[in-house]
Design a protein around this ligand. Structure first.
Ligand SMILES: [Zn+2]
Length: 344
């Protein structure tokens, strides 16, 4: 998904770093009369959270879920067909999971995979782009450092697609490349689609025109930046040994998931096959306006969820609640996200 415009009610929960002070100040300003009004004014200002990263292993691979950002997204028109009964259905699904109906909380978590011989970063987070209050929101640098890595350690950046909430961290606040030595792996159709003269977004009729322009401009900028060191991949290619590409078109033409395997262990990196831990699973076929082709997006999502559920696969997914690791369960004619517990 792309959140350039819709991100609005950012709640700062920062790590113990330079970013913490800025984010805390932002949270305080927000709490003292921000978008949440009277209710927020009564609440104490949030204090910084922990380090914001979560390590786990997969065979001999070391993996780190890197907390980058969180934001609220308006439920409508993001999900459902305007003028349909979808609105009541969305509200019912959210209420069942104890969530409010008008906006949903989404999270942003790049994933680092250290295979021992290569360090791969999957998607780059929101980056220093401003949120609705004009403040930058990204903790990637801080959480990467807290986990013991520098941007210069990254050998390959895999971009699952070129929406801004996945490419924002390609550059630093001054526009310079954050990982100047890395190669950029992405699906060949993704680069071709956004690099073309007029990326066709006619199959997502609910997406407002201004948002379309914003998404296209952001993707073109990212495509220009990465092209000189782009490594174009196709379905079933290995980015590095143990990291295999799965082409999942719909959300964008070149969206990919990844199958990461080592020593008999396996992880599916689903990223934008899911955008929300309730709606993407409980209503997988409902149109999502950020899907460049809403029909194909829904079909691909449902097919992926069905396979993940029947395989009982361990799944990492970028927009799920931190640390974004869990499994998919078939439930009540649809699916549910079953989060994996924190392990020390
Ligand atoms: Zn996204």
């Amino acid at each position: 998904m792309d959140t350039t415009i819709s991100r609005r009610s950012f709640v700062a929960l920062a790590s113990g770093s330079a970013l913490a002070a800025a984010s805390l100040a932002q949270a305080q300003a927000h709490a003292q009369g921000g978008a949440q009004g009277g209710e927020a004014a009564k609440a104490p200002a949030p204090l910084p959270q922990g380090a914001g990263f979560y390590r786990f292993s997969l065979g001999s691979f070391r993996c780190v879920s890197l907390g980058d950002a969180e934001f609220e997204l308006p439920t409508r028109p993001t999900w459902g067909q305007p003028g349909s009964l979808d609105e009541a259905d969305i509200a019912a699904a959210l209420s069942y999971d104890f969530k409010k109906a008008d906006a949903v909380r989404a999270y942003v978590q790049p994933l680092l995979i250290d295979t021992g011989s290569a360090r791969i970063l999957i998607d780059t987070g929101n980056g220093p782009r401003p949120d609705g209050t004009g403040k930058p929101v990204s903790r990637l640098r801080a959480t990467l450092a807290a986990a013991g890595y520098q941007p210069s350690d990254i050998d390959v950046v895999v971009l699952t697609h070129l929406h801004g909430d996945h490419t924002g961290g390609l550059t630093d606040t001054d526009g310079t490349e954050l990982m100047p030595k890395a190669r950029y792996a992405l699906h060949k159709d993704e680069l071709a689609f956004w690099s073309g003269p007029n990326p066709d977004l006619s199959k997502t009729p609910n997406l407002p025109e201004g948002w379309k322009q914003n998404i296209v401009a952001g993707a073109k900028k990212a495509a220009d930046l990465i092209t000189p060191r782009a490594m174009q991949v196709a379905d079933n290619d290995q980015v590095v040994p143990g990291v295999r590409v799965l082409h999942m078109p719909g959300h964008t033409p070149g969206l990919i998931a990844l199958e990461v395997s080592d020593g008999g262990s396996q992880l599916l990196v689903a990223n934008d096959l899911m955008h929300h831990d309730t709606l993407s699973l409980r209503r997988p076929l409902m149109p999502v306006m950020f899907d460049a082709d809403i029909e194909l997006g829904a079909k691909t999502r449902a097919k992926f969820l069905e396979k993940a559920a029947s395989d009982k696969a361990l799944v990492f997914s970028y927009h799920m609640p931190f640390p974004a690791i869990g499994r998919v369960r078939a439930e009540a004619g649809a699916f549910a996200w079953v989060a994996d517990g924190w392990r020390w």
